[in-house]
Design a protein around this ligand. Structure first.
Ligand SMILES: [Fe+2]
Length: 400
């Protein structure tokens, strides 16, 4: 794999070079710097919430502007996504977000984002470079994924993770991407340009699972405006090849009425709503018959020491009490989480027939990269430190 940081440093390619998973310093500048003619800047167009039939593409702008996506199965593009579903062209003064529908499963698409000023006499359309992504394919024989967690804006960790994360079907950012949201621009910068203009979605479309810090701070409600979720809620399910994934939001690590939370959160009804949704989704044919069954959520649902007194939840018993029976009924094989800033693997047992894998912390020497690879014989999941040393491994056989 080309190291993107090295590539940025060494590349001398021309202006339209960021195609099909490679990147260039020129393209980085093109999509990150201020355009002197327009007097505003745009960021890399991030591909989020991939589906078998589409995705959403999001980029930041620094002035009120409208935009569209041109896309197609060749570099010539040819199709256009240019409505917001409310009878308007997609527009924004901080972020432009466009949903693309009607794509084919398991297909590579090229795309570029076009941004225009609202000055009708002088719209000055600005094209991003051409990038690519692949839609999910529930019928594929294989699945590959990567998981980051608890990056908490640690630049060195994000840079290193960006370097070592290989191209895969999806990258799942498993919560605590921030240190609470104290201003709106921080939401945009952290989500859409977390690592010095690099982007996490060049080689892998992005799923976000919120962590407890991601719902903290006066500007926490802005995250839902600027990110995309496949079903419009912070919980969702999807299938890539033989792997069925259920992504849940464990919410805060304290009760809703804890004084520390200043009456801002309403996680208890959210967990209950997820319990009702979960009981239904596991009965759908796609999930009921899936060979591999994985749950992603930020706060672990099991922990190595569940009796220790803490001022926060080391495991989300509040969630587990509501969701456990559905996990057992479904045959969930493992939960993948973060939160504790301490990696761990807790094997399944009679009481909890699902393993619990927990990624590490935000500091570069405690951070981890979790990777999964599935084919018809096994789903193999590794948790490595950023030097590449394997800390935990899990090999799962398909559910019969
Ligand atoms: Fe964290």
């Amino acid at each position: 794999m080309i190291s993107r940081r090295k590539f940025f440093t060494k590349s001398s390619l021309g202006s339209l070079a960021l195609i099909a998973g490679a990147s260039s310093s020129n393209a980085k500048n093109k999509d990150s710097a201020t355009d002197t003619k327009l007097q505003f800047s745009t960021s890399f167009p991030v591909v989020m919430a991939p589906r078998h039939d589409g995705c959403e593409i999001i980029w930041s702008v620094t002035k009120l502007s409208k935009g569209h996506i041109e896309y197609g199965t060749t570099k010539e593009l040819g199709s256009k996504a240019s409505n917001d579903g409310w009878g308007l062209r997609p527009a924004g003064d901080k972020v432009i977000k466009i949903r693309i529908d009607g794509l084919k499963p398991g297909t590579k698409y090229f795309y570029k984002a076009v941004t225009e000023s609202f000055d009708t006499k002088n719209p000055n359309p600005k094209d991003s470079a051409v990038y690519s992504f692949r839609t999910l394919d529930p019928k594929s024989d294989n699945c590959s994924f990567s998981v980051w967690n608890d990056t908490h804006k640690h630049k060195d960790t994000l840079d290193k993770l960006s370097d070592i994360t290989k191209p895969c079907d999806f990258l799942l950012w498993n919560g605590d991407i921030c240190n609470d949201w104290h201003n709106e621009q921080d939401v945009i910068n952290t989500l859409l340009k977390p690592a010095d203009g690099l982007t996490m979605s060049i080689n892998h479309p992005l799923f976000l699972v919120r962590g407890n810090h991601d719902i903290r701070g006066a500007y926490a409600t802005k995250l839902q405006e600027y990110c995309a979720m496949p079903e419009g809620k912070p919980w969702y399910a999807f299938k890539q090849g033989p792997v069925a994934a259920i992504c849940l939001d464990t919410g805060e690590d304290k009760s809703d009425d804890n004084p520390y939370l200043f009456g801002r959160v309403a996680c208890e009804p959210m967990r209950q709503e997820q319990a009702e949704w979960l009981a239904k989704i596991i009965e759908t044919p796609e999930f009921k018959d899936a060979p591999y069954r994985v749950v992603f959520c930020h706060i672990p649902l099991r922990w190595t020491n569940e009796t220790a007194e803490r001022s926060y939840d080391s495991y989300s018993g509040r969630s587990r009490d509501l969701w456990h029976d559905s996990f057992v009924k479904w045959g969930a094989q493992t939960i993948i989480s973060g939160h504790m800033h301490q990696d761990a693997l807790i094997q399944s047992n009679a009481e909890f027939p699902y393993a619990q894998l927990v990624g590490g912390g935000p500091k570069i020497n405690s951070a981890t990269l979790i990777e999964g690879k599935a084919d018809k014989d096994k789903l193999h999941i590794t948790c490595k430190n950023l030097e590449g040393k394997t800390l935990h491994e899990l090999s799962l056989k398909p559910v019969q």
